[in-house]
Design a protein around this ligand. Structure first.
Ligand code: GCU
Length: 595
């Protein structure tokens, strides 16, 4: 009996074991060489650089970068005389011919690299949309599925001092079994959309770590460190010099150690986004990072930041580059977008519907903006397909692997507007359980739908709510659902004693298009939606956050209305040229009240 009780007790303690992702944590704190810039490219809609005419994968594809050896040699491609594309960057906005292009483009980058003795070398991609096959010097080094999370491959044994050629086949074709699936309301920007770099490490290096306050605590730091290499049993010191902290631990034979120590730290919050210089020092390696420490939890219908109730007044953001359009990728893009959110009076952003680039979350850390980060399990994916589940799990683990040390991120979201079914519930429960095992310290959510129980009462009783910490709900009262004033009569109910974030609401308006408040597409109509929405939202007793749809207009292939949409979703509070619409000021006024 005693043994049984002990066993149960052991199972109850949430051990923070490292996930099996081989992502190198924190490339910012490492010696890296950027491979950004112009890459030679070959557009290959028929994938003839990959398959032979029998549609069999060819051993002699474009990844061989073969050059004719004599005048009679037959080689039907040549990267070096082909057009170039910029990396990072989507291909759709770099040339009109690629605006609607969905298919394969091959990228090639030549580089020399004198590796230091006793070091290892990795190639790191911030993201490639959607499927990437990666080759170095003609050898396949790996592949990756998913357009919004990072991946890296070791190239220590393959790299040469001079004349290296890195070839990447990027295919953004949509597939029914993929994540996301065929239908989305955002542009399917293809390409090497984020930074590409070489990372040099010592032969045994600090591969990954989690250093955050323990769940529910404001003075105990917990987490782990994982080494990678031969010399796995080492002394590790966690240093936070400014706080006079230097804690030493010893890794086990697998190079892993859990860390746990008390610390009197200034807590991170939107008002004071305190980041500490933290260094993880092993005998063979040292990594530095900037980490904020805060606690986040729920109690009943409240969300508590550092033990105090908080209202998340925010906005949704797509990773659409401000002012120029296309996939955003830079620190400047992040500053502009988050700067506009701050101007709105936001302390929170929902990064929709996929993990945004790392500059965005690190800028949120610095600017003191709380973040909802999501994987693109969007609308109706193949719930019963095990490969689809594995793909979603992989994107989830990569999202968490990259951003688990970011104080700004408080909510992981596993889905958006997914239809009720048992298969869907099983799928999403699997993701939630997995996320909690990878990171027990953050809140789980999803953007769910609601339904009317009578003409004036909305109910949130999606069975998924049972497994979430924070309920997310999308509603378009006044746009897809009636006229703006309909919101005045609505009452909201929830089956759950949990906090609600209204994760989407709003409507379209073309900047500069004016008329009376009943005329669709005008700024006045959108303004009216916000006025009535705010009245309704203020009456919801368990509402603890809002992230209206959306900060800026963004491209969507589902929006063809000429002279109004022209393939832009116009629900932005700010136009694609950075112009603020009337509704921006309605929301700003409310958020200033809340501040
Ligand atoms: C949906 C969806 C968004 C979409 C928005 C819209 O709720 O989540 O991705 O863009 O509504 O219709 O504008």
């Amino acid at each position: 009996m005693k043994i049984l009780i002990l066993l149960i007790a052991l199972l109850a303690v949430p051990s923070v074991r490292p996930q099996q992702s081989d992502l190198i944590a924190n490339t910012e704190g490492r010696t890296t060489v950027s491979l950004n810039g112009s890459w030679q490219t070959i557009v290959d809609p028929y994938e003839s650089g990959y398959y032979n005419y029998r549609y069999q994968p060819s051993d002699n594809g474009y990844f061989k970068n073969t050059k004719p050896k004599s005048k009679s040699d037959l080689i039907e491609y040549d990267f070096d005389s082909s057009a170039t594309l910029n990396v990072p960057g989507d291909w759709n906005t770099q040339s009109d011919q690629f605006f609607f292009y969905e298919g394969t483009i091959w990228y090639k980058k030549s580089f020399d690299y004198q590796r230091q003795p006793n070091t290892r070398l990795f190639v790191y991609f911030g993201a490639a949309n959607y499927f990437a096959d990666v080759y170095l010097n003609g050898e396949k080094i790996g592949q990756h599925e998913g357009g919004f999370t990072p991946f890296n491959f070791e190239i220590t044994k393959l790299v040469k001092d001079t004349g290296n050629y890195l070839v990447v086949k990027v295919d953004n074709k949509r597939r029914r079994d993929a994540v996301p699936t065929l239908m989305t309301d955002w542009w399917n920007y293809g390409g090497l959309t984020r930074d590409v770099k070489l990372i040099e490490t010592p032969s045994t290096f600090v591969h990954d770590y989690l250093i955050q306050l323990q769940k529910g605590s404001r003075n105990r730091v917990g987490g782990w460190v994982k080494l990678n290499g031969e010399k796995l049993k080492q002394q590790i010191t966690i240093k936070i010099a400014e706080a006079g902290i230097g804690k030493t631990f010893t890794t086990d034979n697998n190079g892993f150690v859990e860390i746990d120590f008390s610390a009197d730290l200034k807590l991170w919050s939107p008002e004071s986004p305190k980041l500490y210089d933290v260094s993880i020092e092993a005998e063979t390696d040292r990594v530095r990072d900037q980490i904020g420490f805060r606690s986040i939890e729920t109690r009943g219908t409240d969300i508590l930041l550092n033990g105090r109730p908080i209202f998340l007044h925010g906005v949704c953001i797509h990773e659409e580059a401000p002012l120029r359009g296309g996939r955003a990728y830079s620190r400047e893009d992040a500053r502009t977008l988050l700067g506009w959110a701050k101007e709105l009076g936001a302390n929170f952003v929902r990064l929709a519907h996929y993990p945004h680039n790392e500059h965005m979350v690190r800028e949120a850390d610095r600017m003191g903006i709380l973040v909802w980060s999501e994987i693109p399990v969007y609308w109706t994916i193949q719930w019963e397909n095990p490969a689809t589940l594995e793909n979603a799990r992989n994107q989830l683990s990569e999202m968490i692997a990259r951003d688990k040390n970011r104080a700004a991120i408080v909510i992981w979201s596993v889905a958006n507007e997914t239809p009720l079914s048992d298969a869907r519930l099983t799928f999403l429960k699997n993701l939630i359980t997995y996320a909690r095992s990878l990171d027990p310290g953050r809140l789980m959510s999803a953007a769910m739908e609601r339904h009317y129980i009578n003409d004036t009462t909305q109910m949130i009783d999606d069975p998924l709510g049972e497994y979430l910490d924070v309920l997310g709900c999308n509603e378009y009262v006044g746009w897809y659902d009636g006229l703006p004033e309909k919101a005045d009569k609505l009452e909201w109910r929830s089956k759950y004693q949990k906090p609600l974030v209204m994760s989407e609401f709003g409507g379209d308006a073309l900047y500069g298009h004016h008329g009376d408040a009943a005329t669709r597409w005008t700024e006045e109509y959108q303004e009216s939606i916000y006025q009535h929405q705010i009245g309704m939202l203020k009456k919801i007793p368990f509402l603890r956050g809002t992230s209206p749809w959306i900060l800026t207009d963004f491209r969507s292939p589902r929006r063809p209305l000429p002279k109004i949409q022209d393939y832009w979703n116009r629900k932005g509070l700010i136009s694609s040229r950075g112009e603020k619409k009337k509704a921006f000021y309605v929301l700003q006024r409310w958020y200033r009240e809340l501040n």
